[in-house]
Write a protein that binds this ligand. Structure first.
Ligand code: SF4
Length: 644
C-alpha cells in the first residue's frame, strides 16, 4: 500500500485520499524531487489538481522554485487557486491566477475600443506615460491603498476575479496589481500562451523576475498541447487584411506599399481561383511571385520597411486617440514569418478558399506548423521539471515523442478510481461511419441504437458524432422525431453564446425526465463542458472522427512519417481522432459519484488497434455487442437498475 511522502503530507489538505490518488502524488513527487519530468494519465475524479500541487509545492519550497500551472479555461485556473486556498489553511503558500490585460482593464476608453491584446498594450502604455489612466495613478504613486492590496496578495492565494472586483471598488488597475504580485507568488495559474508562445513567455518571465530553469511546469489537460503548439506557430493572411492594408497605405500616402498590397492580393486571388478548399503552395512559387512579378528584389528588406511603416501608422493612430491597429503591420508580420520559415521543412504554406461570415467566397494564405516539438521542446528542456497530465494521454510513448519530452521522463498510467460498477462501456457491432458505408439503412440502425439508449437512460443522454455531416444525416433520417425525449442539437458555425444556451437548456432537462444532446466530437461541448450527476448519464460516441484527408492532414502524416518512420499515419491521423473520441466519451464521468454508460457506435472501436488509443478506465471491461435489436437496450436497463 502506497502512503504519501512525508514532505507532501504537510501540504495535502484533505483527511481522505481517494483511491490511487496516493500513487499519483508519490509518482509526481518522486520524479520532480529527482528533477525529472513526469507524464501521467489519471482519470477524472482522481483529484489531479490538488495531487499535482501538493506533490510539487514541497520541492518548490525546498529549492526556491516557482510553479506555473497551465490550463485552458478560467474555470480551471480558479480551481487551482481554490485548492491553493485549502493548502493555505494549513501551510502558508501564495498564488494567483492571471488573465489577459483585455479582461482586466478598467479604463473605459481602452476597454471600449475593442482592441486586440497587442493594441491594448500599446494604448495602455501611452495612457500610462501621459498619466491619462486614473486607475494607474494609485500604482504610479504607490498609494497606501495600493501598497495595502499588494501586501495582501503577497501573503495568500487570490483568483484573478477576486482581484478584479476589489480593484474595481478601489479604482486601482487590477492588471498592474497582479503583475506586481507575480514575483511573490509561489504558484501562478495561467493559459498555455504565457508559457508556450516564446515572445509572451520572455516578457512574462521577466515580469516574474525568474527564468525557466527555476520553474516547475504543470500542464493540465495536456492532450490539447500538440494542437495548441502548432496553432501558436502558425499564421495567416486573408484577402480582407490585404485589401485593408492597401486602403491604409493609400490613406497614409505610401504609394509603394499600396501598390504591393494590391498586387499581392491579386496574385493570391489568382492562386486560389481554382482551389477547392485548400492546396499546398510551394514557398518557391510565392518567392517567385514576390520577386519576379512583384519586382521586389530583396523581399526581407522590403518587408522590414513595411513593418516599420506599419509601426509608424500605429503610432499616429495612437496619437489621434484611435485604435492603433495597422493592417500594413499585420501583413508585414505574416510576410516576415513566411521568410523565416521558408527553409524549415516543419512548415508548409497553404492557400485556402472559404466562406466568410457574410457567406461570401474569400481566400487566405496560411503558414501551417507541423511540428509541436518546435514549441514544446525548448520549454520542456529548460524547466526544472515538467508535470504533464490528463485523463486521455495514451499511448504515453507517442505523446512523449511528439512533444519531445526529456529522455528520462517518468511515464505512468494511474488506475481508475471509479468502482467498476459505476461505468458501463460497450462497442456496437454492425454500425460504422466509414465513408463507403454511410447509407440510409446504416443511419436507421444507428437511430435505433440511440433510441435503445435514450429511452432506457433515467435522465440525460449525449450523442457526439464523427462530424457535422454525420450529425446532419442523423437529423435528415428522422432522429428527432424518433426520440421520446426533447433533442438539443449543435449547428455548424454556432456562436459560443448560442452554444452555451443550448447546453444550459439541455442540462436543465436532467432534473425533468431527461433530454438528448446531439453534438460533434472535437467540438466545444465534447471537449470543454462537463456533465456531472444527472446532467448526462449516457453518452454515445457515433463514429471515429478521422479528419478529412485534406492536403495539410496528408502533409502532417508525411512529416511525422519522416520524423518517426512507419508511424506517420498513427501519430498524424489515428491519434488525434482517438483523442477526440476519448474526450467525448468521458463527458458524463466527472466525479467519483458519477455513474455513466459509454457506448461506441462504430465497430472499429472494438479492434485492439483502436482500443490501444483509448484510456484504460474506458476499455476495462468494455463489452462488444452483436448487431441485434434490444441487446443494447437490455444492457442499459440492467446497468441503471443496479445503480438504484
Ligand atoms: S493601466 Fe490598467 S486600467 Fe489603465 S489602461 Fe492600462 S490596463 Fe487599463
Amino acid at each position: 500500500m502506497i502512503k504519501l511522502p512525508s514532505a507532501v503530507t504537510k501540504y495535502f489538505p484533505y483527511s481522505d485520499v481517494r483511491p490511487y490518488q496516493d500513487e499519483f502524488i508519490s509518482t509526481v513527487y518522486n520524479a520532480v524531487h529527482e528533477k525529472r519530468s513526469v507524464l501521467i494519465e489519471g482519470s477524472n475524479g482522481l483529484g489531479k489538481t490538488i495531487s499535482a500541487l501538493s506533490a510539487c509545492i514541497p520541492v518548490a519550497m525546498e529549492k526556491d522554485l516557482k510553479i506555473l500551472y497551465v490550463a485552458r479555461t478560467h474555470r480551471q485556473h480558479d480551481r487551482v487557486i481554490e485548492e491553493l486556498k485549502a493548502i493555505h489553511r494549513q501551510q502558508p503558500v501564495t498564488g494567483v491566477s492571471i488573465r489577459g490585460r483585455n479582461e482586466m482593464c478598467l479604463n473605459v476608453f481602452a476597454a471600449r475600443g475593442a482592441f486586440d491584446s497587442k493594441s491594448l498594450m500599446e494604448v495602455c502604455e501611452l495612457l500610462k506615460a501621459k498619466s491619462r489612466c486614473p486607475f494607474y495613478t494609485h500604482v504610479d504613486e504607490r498609494t497606501y491603498e495600493y501598497i495595502q492590496l499588494q501586501q495582501q496578495v503577497a501573503v495568500r492565494p487570490y483568483m484573478a476575479s477576486e482581484i478584479l472586483s476589489v480593484c474595481r471598488k478601489k479604482e486601482i488597475c487590477p492588471y498592474e496589481l497582479i503583475k506586481s504580485a507575480l514575483s511573490d507568488a509561489r504558484v501562478v495559474a495561467l493559459s498555455y500562451l504565457y508559457v508556450f508562445d516564446p515572445q509572451i513567455r520572455n516578457a512574462f518571465l521577466k515580469g516574474m523576475e525568474t527564468e525557466l530553469q527555476k520553474i516547475i511546469l504543470i500542464v493540465d489537460e495536456a492532450h490539447n498541447l500538440p494542437e495548441t503548439a502548432v496553432d501558436i506557430s502558425g499564421s495567416s493572411l486573408s484577402l480582407f487584411v490585404m485589401k485593408q492594408a492597401e486602403l491604409e497605405a493609400n490613406r497614409f500616402g505610401n504609394k509603394d506599399i499600396e501598390a504591393f498590397a494590391q498586387f499581392f492580393r491579386d496574385e493570391v486571388e489568382k492562386l486560389t481561383d481554382h482551389v477547392y478548399r485548400e492546396e499546398i503552395i510551394s514557398a518557391d512559387r510565392i518567392i517567385e511571385i514576390i520577386q519576379k512579378q512583384g519586382n521586389v528584389a530583396h523581399p526581407r528588406e522590403f518587408f522590414e520597411s513595411l513593418h516599420d511603416a506599419g509601426a509608424a501608422i500605429k503610432k499616429s493612430l495612437l496619437a489621434e486617440g484611435k485604435n492603433p491597429r495597422s493592417y500594413v503591420h499585420a501583413m508585414s508580420e505574416f510576410l516576415l514569418k513566411f521568410l523565416d520559415t521558408v527553409d524549415d521543412k516543419s512548415f508548409i504554406n497553404v492557400a485556402s478558399r472559404y466562406l466568410n461570415k457574410e457567406k461570401n467566397k474569400t481566400a487566405k494564405l496560411q503558414i501551417v506548423a507541423l511540428d509541436p516539438a518546435k514549441v514544446t521542446e525548448p520549454v520542456f528542456s529548460s524547466t526544472y521539471a515538467n508535470v504533464i497530465m490528463s485523463g486521455t494521454l495514451q499511448p504515453l510513448e507517442a505523446f512523449a515523442r511528439i512533444t519531445k519530452l526529456p529522455q528520462n521522463t517518468v511515464k505512468c498510467i494511474v488506475p481508475s478510481p471509479f468502482p467498476k460498477e459505476h461505468v458501463f462501456s460497450a462497442v456496437c457491432l454492425g454500425v460504422t461511419t466509414a465513408m463507403e458505408k454511410r447509407t440510409p439503412a446504416m443511419y436507421q440502425t444507428m437511430i435505433q441504437r440511440i433510441n435503445e439508449v435514450a429511452e432506457n437512460t433515467p435522465t440525460n443522454t449525449g450523442i457526439f458524432t464523427a462530424s457535422f455531416d454525420v450529425l446532419n444525416a442523423l437529423l435528415a433520417e428522422g432522429l428527432e422525431h424518433s426520440l421520446q425525449k426533447p433533442l438539443f442539437h449543435e449547428r455548424r458555425g454556432m456562436t459560443s453564446k448560442a452554444n452555451e444556451k443550448l447546453v444550459a437548456d439541455f442540462k436543465a432537462y436532467g432534473g425533468k425526465g431527461g433530454g438528448v444532446f446531439l453534438g460533434v466530437q472535437g467540438g466545444r461541448t465534447s471537449e470543454g463542458v462537463d456533465f456531472p450527476g444527472n446532467q448526462m448519464n449516457s453518452v454515445l460516441v457515433v463514429g471515429v472522427p478521422y479528419a478529412e484527408p485534406t492536403p495539410r492532414v496528408k502533409a502532417q502524416i508525411e512529416y511525422y512519417d519522416k520524423r518517426f518512420p512507419g508511424l506517420g499515419r498513427e501519430y498524424g491521423y489515428i491519434l488525434p481522432a482517438m483523442k477526440k473520441a476519448s474526450q467525448a466519451a468521458g463527458r458524463p464521468i466527472r466525479t467519483l459519484d458519477d455513474r455513466g454508460a459509454i457506448i461506441f457506435l462504430d465497430y472499429r472501436f472494438s479492434t485492439s488497434y483502436c482500443r490501444n488509443f483509448l484510456p484504460s478506465w474506458i476499455t476495462n471491461g468494455m463489452k462488444t455487442l452483436p448487431n441485434e435489436t434490444n441487446v443494447l437496450a437490455n444492457e442499459i436497463i440492467n446497468f441503471f437498475k443496479n445503480q438504484s
